[in-house]
Write a protein that binds this ligand. Structure first.
Ligand code: KIV
Length: 257
């Protein structure tokens, strides 16, 4: 099976569409890796999907590092990207650099951070220091308090121009790919055509070079999922049935036999 690296991800633009997903632990990361998922993102969505928070904001570097190490131990072929948590790169570039280095030391091949033009100098500094960066523009969940909710971005002419400027700025700064989250699909198509690096869409329509799905949405583990996701299994039902069958077997004296 193909071993993915940053150069291979870049080279896939215009040739092969990539279905990428999040991973937060070694067990599921190993299965996704075996299935050929090219990028495993240790998303800060760890906060919502695993740690039980309402947003990604409470996630700490320690959470990200533990999850990244677990995923990296399991991934043989996928590129492992650590999503830098809120507060780990906004409080000063030196601290951001130290936290990005810690992600690579934990086993990540690259880091992801939210931000466009304003974060381009940091993206440049990281890439110059040998840290591949996957940028993230459009709707940035760590800015939920600025938006006043998880709101689709880029809907007006001015807002669309800002998303385009952000994507061009992070490309120029050296990002190897850019996430486009929750923007109109026409805008995602324009950005995809305007940048030389792959765009990875989430809620941004079908034209992007690649797609993200949160693993817990993909596998049907979550009680509710955003409308732009697709469920490829119903593990919530299967897992609940398994727990219920086990409890019943113990109660009825069927297990242990
Ligand atoms: O943390 C996350 O799940 C993300 C998405 C882009 C998939 O950032």
């Amino acid at each position: 099976m193909k071993k993915w690296n940053v150069a291979a991800i870049r080279a896939a633009k215009g040739k092969e569409k990539l279905g990428c997903c999040t991973a937060y632990d070694a067990c599921f990361a190993a299965i996704a890796d075996e299935a050929g998922v090219p990028i495993l993102l240790v998303g800060d969505s760890l906060g919502n999907n695993v740690l039980g928070y309402a947003t990604t904001l409470p996630v700490e570097m320690a959470d990200t590092l533990a999850a990244t190490a677990a995923v990296a131990r399991a991934a043989k072929n996928a590129l492992v990207v650590a999503d830098m948590p809120f507060g780990s790169y906004q409080c000063g570039d030196d601290e951001a650099m130290a936290n990005a280095v810690a992600c690579l030391k934990a086993g990540a091949d690259a880091v992801k951070l939210e931000g466009g033009e304003a974060f381009a100098p940091l993206v440049r500094r990281m890439t110059d220091a040998g840290i591949p960066v996957l940028a993230h523009v459009g709707m940035m969940p760590q800015s939920v308090n600025i938006y006043g909710g998880f709101r689709r971005q880029g809907k007006t002419r001015e807002a669309a121009d800002r998303v385009m400027r952000d994507a061009l700025a992070v490309e120029k700064a050296g990002a190897f790919a850019v996430t486009l989250e929750c923007i109109p699909s026409e805008l995602a198509a324009q950005v995809t055509a305007s940048v030389s690096i792959p765009t990875i869409g989430v809620g941004a329509g079908p034209v992007c070079d690649a797609q993200w799905l949160v693993m817990h949405d993909l596998l049907g583990l979550n009680e509710r999922s955003p409308s732009f996701t697709r469920q490829y299994a119903n593990l919530r039902g299967a897992v609940r049935d398994a727990f219920a069958a086990y409890v019943a077997d113990v109660r009825d004296g069927v297990f242990p036999a």
